[in-house]
Ligand binder design. Structure first.
Ligand SMILES: [Mg+2]
Length: 268
């Protein structure tokens, strides 16, 4: 049995729930518990709007005591990649908050197809005009396609599903005959994972991921060599576990996971 020395903690469905980032039961205690034990951790999120510092600030306001550098979000990665690739003008399919953040970083956020890049993010107000602009930018103007994450579908607060940024990108790729490599800044992407594993510089076998997502997070990080700890407080239930998705541990509450760690479960 391996010894777990560091944790990746998914945000939505583990520590908080929904757009308003409402803390889930036990979230505050769990983070305090890890800090008291000096257990290294990173909060790993595909949140496509907030910077690491912005997300950390929101969490602290809700009593979840994390410092800025413990949050890894796509917006913490995107600006440097744009600079490396000489992207100046960008068309953004995303929220006002994201557009403002990119403008503040010095990029020209445009509303016409004459851009260097199209950036897809989670957006509940996506419309026909935006889809037309994006396809035209990619197909006619040679813009490069980027995405904040590779999410397939998102469970909205009303219980219905909408297309995630990854799904929107697949539509654009098909419509625009886009043949270049699709780059995203989210979990399981090279850029995100390199940042994460560089920061938590320990062997992957000494790390565990805690998530409500059986596929991208549990299965994805298990394939990287991490232990997968599934929490049923988010989008999937125990009955969703299949042959294909086999978490190493399953808990219904963060308090149960805390008891497990207290009993020495990570140091057999
Ligand atoms: Mg989640």
């Amino acid at each position: 049995m391996r010894r777990t020395k560091g944790l990746l903690i998914d945000l939505d469905g583990v520590l908080v729930q929904g757009k308003e980032m409402k803390p889930l039961p036990g979230a505050r205690d769990f983070i305090t518990f890890l800090r008291d034990r000096h257990m290294p951790f990173r909060i790993v999120t595909n949140n496509s709007t907030g910077s690491p510092a912005g997300i950390a600030r929101r969490l602290r306001k809700k009593g979840i005591s994390v410092s800025d550098h413990t949050v890894i979000s796509p917006l913490g990665i995107c600006p440097q990649v744009f600079r490396d690739r000489s992207v100046e003008k960008v068309f953004v399919m995303g929220t006002r908050e994201l557009k403002d953040a990119l403008s503040a970083e010095g990029f020209h956020v445009r509303t016409d197809p004459g851009v260097d890049a199209v950036l897809v993010a989670q957006d509940r107000t996506l419309n026909f005009e935006e889809i037309k602009t994006a396809i035209t930018a990619l197909r006619e103007n040679g813009a490069a396609l980027f995405s904040m994450n590779d999410n397939k579908a998102i469970l909205d607060d009303d219980g219905l599903l909408f297309a995630g940024a990854g799904a929107i990108c697949r539509m654009l790729i098909y419509a625009a005959d886009y043949h270049r490599r699709f780059v995203h800044f989210g979990k399981m992407g090279d850029l995100y994972n390199n940042t994460l594993f560089h920061q938590l510089s320990m062997e992957k076998e000494a790390l565990a991921v805690i998530s409500d997502d059986l596929y991208t997070d549990i299965k994805g990080f298990q394939e990287e060599g991490l232990m997968g700890i599934f929490l049923t407080t988010g989008k999937y239930r125990k009955t969703d576990i299949t042959e294909e998705t086999r978490p190493d541990l399953v808990f219904d509450r963060l308090s149960e996971l805390m008891d497990f760690i207290r009993r020495g479960g990570f140091h057999p």
